[in-house]
Design a protein around this ligand. Structure first.
Ligand code: T46
Length: 121
């Protein structure tokens, strides 16, 4: 058999019921996306074409990961401040989300995020 086949199953390999799938493409090389956290939303994110760097801050600390393989997924838990940058040409990001879109679930203020993770320590 030629090529690869990756499989994701809701509530099995993905650790929650998937309520929403979205994808991001056409980003410019110097784009920075994210810059927020979520109160209740959990996500698993793949870069299925191209690459980018993901910086995640949680109450445990800061981690940076390069997503450059279509079978490399990252689980993003609640209260994780995320930033995406260093997009390659033709980067395609695919995200599986535990909740429907809800703007009130966003924490877009970094100081508020820091307070929230302080509360959860
Ligand atoms: C994350 C990264 C990877 C919707 O209408 N529905 C949706 O499901 C989403 C995700 C966004 N939108 C609207 C809301 C904003 O007006 O699209 C616009 C851009 O959304 P946002 O600022 O959330 O885009 P990103 O790329 O900064 O962040 C999104 C997710 O919110 C975030 O959780 O991990 O993609």
């Amino acid at each position: 058999m030629d090529g690869n086949l990756s499989v994701l199953e809701s509530a099995l390999t993905i650790p929650f019921e998937i309520r929403r799938v979205y994808y991001i493409y056409g980003t410019k090389k110097n784009s920075v996306r994210g810059g927020h956290a979520h109160k209740s939303l959990k996500q698993v994110m793949f870069v299925i074409n191209g690459s980018l760097d993901l910086k995640l801050e949680t109450k445990e600390g800061v981690s940076i990961v390069t997503l450059d393989k279509p079978d490399l997924g990252v689980f993003i838990d609640v209260l994780s401040w995320r930033e995406f940058y260093n997009f390659s040409d033709n980067a395609v990001v695919m995200v599986f989300a535990s909740e429907y879109y809800d703007e009130s679930d966003y924490i877009r203020d970094y100081n508020q995020f820091k307070k929230e993770i302080g509360k959860h320590n």
